[in-house]
Design a binder for this molecule. Structure first.
Ligand SMILES: [Ca+2]
Ligand SMILES: [Ca+2]
Length: 182
């Protein structure tokens, strides 16, 4: 056979459902998904669209060929990732408000293995909740969890004795902050 796939069908090896989702996100039918298209396609529990930083962050994670956009072969991994976060978010949104409040965030972070104070949870919410609602929607929940993970990983590679304390140089600190800027 070979050649172009039949009209409307997915290319070989691509799940038909994933292909349909890809087509619905790829609004201009260019075969690539941009930050703007992803942002339009993803909604939070309160029907607001995802913020552009989270979309850029996720595209960066799954843009394996560094084209700046998500093509069909990269899309499945991105889509699964979003669905996983959605599941985590819904699990910890115990009062079903469509957002994660401070107490819920505290439980979530604890169960993810972070040892952080309630005050720190407040700080996260203040920093990431750009809408001023004192809670996190799915987009800024993903964004803050990704940042926490990469900062924690970076800390742990330096905290080889596992004491919770590291000594670091000024430049090392600055590099960490720049690398983890979301
Ligand atoms: Ca790409
Ligand atoms: Ca909630």
């Amino acid at each position: 056979m070979g050649g172009a796939p039949p009209m409307g069908g997915p290319p070989p090896g691509i799940d038909p459902q994933i292909y349909q989702w890809f087509l619905s996100v790829d609004a201009d039918r260019s075969g690539r998904i941009s930050t703007q298209e992803l942002q339009q396609a993803l909604v939070n529990g309160n029907w607001s669209h995802f913020n552009s930083e989270t979309c850029r962050l996720m595209i960066g994670m799954f843009d394996k060929d560094h084209s700046g956009t998500i093509e069909l072969h990269e899309f499945q991994a991105l889509w699964n990732y979003i669905q996983q976060w959605k599941g985590v978010f819904e699990r910890f949104d115990s009062n079903r408000t469509g957002s994660i409040e401070c107490g819920e965030l505290q439980t979530a972070l604890q169960q993810m293995g972070y040892n952080l104070s309630p005050q720190f949870c407040q700080t996260i919410i203040l920093k990431f909740d750009v809408r001023g609602r004192r809670c996190l929607t799915l987009d800024n929940f993903i964004q803050s969890c990704v940042m926490l993970k990469s900062l924690t990983d970076a800390f742990r590679t330096r905290d080889t004795a596992g004491t919770g304390h590291v000594q670091m140089s000024y430049e090392d600190f600055m590099s960490l902050a720049i690398i983890n800027k979301t």
